[in-house]
Design a protein. Sequence first.
Length: 198
Amino acid sequence: MAAILTDLTKTVVAGVILAVVLFIVYYVMQGYTGADFGVFFFRWLHVLSAVMWIGLLWYFNFVQIPSMPKIPDDQKPAISKVIAPAALFWFRWAAMATIITGLIVAGMNGYIIEAIAIGIADNDPKHAMIGIGMWLGAIMWANVWFVIWPNQKKVLGMVEASAEEKTAAARTAMLFSRTNTLLSIPMLFAMVAAQNLF
């Protein structure tokens, strides 16, 4: 077991194998309906992506940002040169995967227009709630790709910037990351409420 758990690729492959086993259990007990399973599969990918995205968002805001002032200056390059670039890679692509799979799920379920219109078109509270969640997620996604990531590239030295520009970029990235943390709470409420309260 240690051979699997000490290698991330093997750990992920083992997780996928266990998910396939669960699919086989579903298939044997329930039978397979392609359309129903397709919607479920993309919802599962949506949740999986969202867990990584929001998990990393909360890591940055609850762990990395508050801890940076406590880290000795000679150790900070380990964060800025190794950990942060890797975390930001998974962060931004998890955001992209979450948006894409969410739109696919909404399209497959036939409520994408109603949700984008926040339920105004059909006066449906479920569509209003899922629409609010989708719009909050879209704002968060835009913040990641068009504000946080470009500013982090300056902070991490991936693009040339003066010391003053790096300081300003760090503050901007932090404020928009905090904005996403704030929005993540009602966004998750709206998404879960749409599935369970209506």
